[in-house]
Design a protein around this ligand. Structure first.
Ligand code: GUN
Ligand code: ZN
Length: 439
């Protein structure tokens, strides 16, 4: 584990969003852009932020300043939905959700019974997040408790703030991947006691999705949530039309898909539902009323042919939303690429996603969706010092385009359209530099 840096000082060009907003139109007023700024961290937290001119007198003479004159420094990206065991299966050909799960996903996840295997992939996964500038993620593990140990152990090496949990799944999956209502409850409870709020780790109760849990198991999940109200709930919802029809067959007594989770006490301010592509009107209302959040996963929704997520509706209905890569149905770990596809998903619906709104979803908006906006998402004093140093000109083509950028908004939009992990120069977690690109 890396030590907590006493003090770190970073000088450069900074961009963040100062406050959460209720409407997309309010975001541009909250943009804070400092051309020559200084950020000082102590014990993992931000203790000073402002212009270099104002801040240099604050600096203790012995501190070394990491100076990035050309780059853009932004808050660490937040991925609100990703599966670490699916890292190795990105690009599995030809199927939509239900067939894709049976053909590719379940056989892949069976391997995570082996702790050494889980360790190896968890290590790779955490490095890949950091290489892409993602400093916090809400993560699915597998049904095996040891897969959760593997992930938190890997994250702790960098003191990353991760939220994760053991999959609960007691039907409609191979025997090697199923638990029972009782064992899922007991195993999840033991993992909560072991990991939740230990260091920066947080736990999420993780029923895979309604079709793979019996009503008895969902009831036990709800019981756990009632016993530990500050843990998260993380699952999938309304991703694919066949999936939705299947849930209606399996739970005919409920009003719809979301009502299954709501009935068992699984909605709420720390509940995150991945996808929500095909929500019905009463479900949007329930998401709002319960203050539940959505993880919008554009590369996955396009790859699996699931549908087009109506991002505009989240503002209309006042429902929290973050951005998810959903690896391995998603096709990139990179939030820049995820925003590139998010923009196109809105274009196909006749809507616009501005550069600043996109940036909000990847940072402070994501933090809000995870109920962590008091700790993450911008450079406000007292927040945890997770940030990314971006090189906007990582290729000759990007250089050509960026030299013609009209302003910071245009530069940001071009970065989202063309960027990927080549643009991530360095990543800092809790004040420590944990990744630096080798040229
Ligand atoms: N629904 C249930 N399980 C999964 C999964 O692993 N990936 C996606 N995209 N959707 C799911
Ligand atoms: Zn998923």
């Amino acid at each position: 584990m890396s030590s907590v840096a006493q003090q770190t000082a970073i000088r450069g060009r900074f961009l963040d969003i100062q406050n959460t907003v209720l409407q997309a139109s309010q975001i541009s007023d909250q943009v804070r852009y400092i051309e020559d700024g200084l950020l000082i961290t102590e014990q993992g937290k931000i203790i000073w932020f402002g212009t270099w001119e104002d801040g240099q007198s604050q600096l203790n003479k012995s501190i070394q300043v990491d100076h990035y004159p050309e780059q853009l420094i932004v808050p660490g990206f937040i991925d609100t939905h990703i599966h670490f065991p699916q890292t190795e299966m990105i690009g599995a050909y030809g199927e939509q959700l239900l067939e894709w799960l049976n053909t590719y996903t379940f056989p892949t996840e069976i391997q995570f019974a082996n702790k050494e295997y889980a360790d190896q992939i968890a290590y790779f996964f955490v490095n890949e997040l950091l290489k892409n500038g993602t400093t916090t993620a809400l993560v699915f593990c597998t049904v095996h408790p040891q897969s959760v140990d593997a992930l938190f152990e890997a994250a702790e090496r960098h003191q990353m703030r991760l939220i994760a949990g053991k999959v609960m799944m007691d039907r409609h999956a191979p025997d090697a991947l199923t638990d029972t209502a009782e064992s899922a409850y007991q195993d999840s409870k033991a993992l909560i006691e072991k990991w939740h709020a230990k260091g920066r780790n947080l736990y999420a109760i993780t029923p895979r999705f309604a079709p793979t849990s019996t009503p008895e198991q969902l009831e036990r999940a709800g019981q756990l949530k009632a016993e530990y109200p500050d843990v998260y709930v993380h699952t999938h919802l309304s991703e694919n039309k066949n999936e939705i029809a299947w849930v209606k067959e399996l739970f005919p007594e409920q009003k719809g898909y979301l009502d299954v989770y709501h009935h068992f006490g699984l909605t709420g301010e720390r509940s995150v539902f991945a996808h929500c592509v095909h929500l019905e009107e009463h479900e949007w209302q329930c998401m709002h009323d319960t203050d539940s959040a959505i993880a919008f996963c554009p590369t996955s929704n396009l790859f699996l042919g699931s549908g087009l997520f109506p991002l505009k509706k989240t503002w209309e209905k006042q429902v929290k939303v973050g951005l998810g890569t959903d690896i391995g149905a998603g096709t990139s770990f990179c939030q820049l690429q995820t925003l590139n596809e998010a923009y196109k998903v809105q274009q196909l619906q006749g809507d616009k996603l501005s550069a600043f709104e996109a940036f909000y979803h990847a940072t402070l908006g994501g933090a809000k969706a995870l109920h962590l906006d008091d700790q993450l998402g911008n450079f406000n004093l007292g927040k945890e010092a997770d940030f990314v140093v971006l090189n906007l000109k990582a290729t000759a083509l990007q250089q050509l385009r960026q030299e013609r950028a009209k302003n910071i908004e245009d530069a940001l939009f071009a970065l989202f359209t063309m960027g990927d992990d080549r643009n991530v120069q360095a990543t800092y977690v809790y004040g420590n530099k944990v990744y630096e690109q080798k040229n």
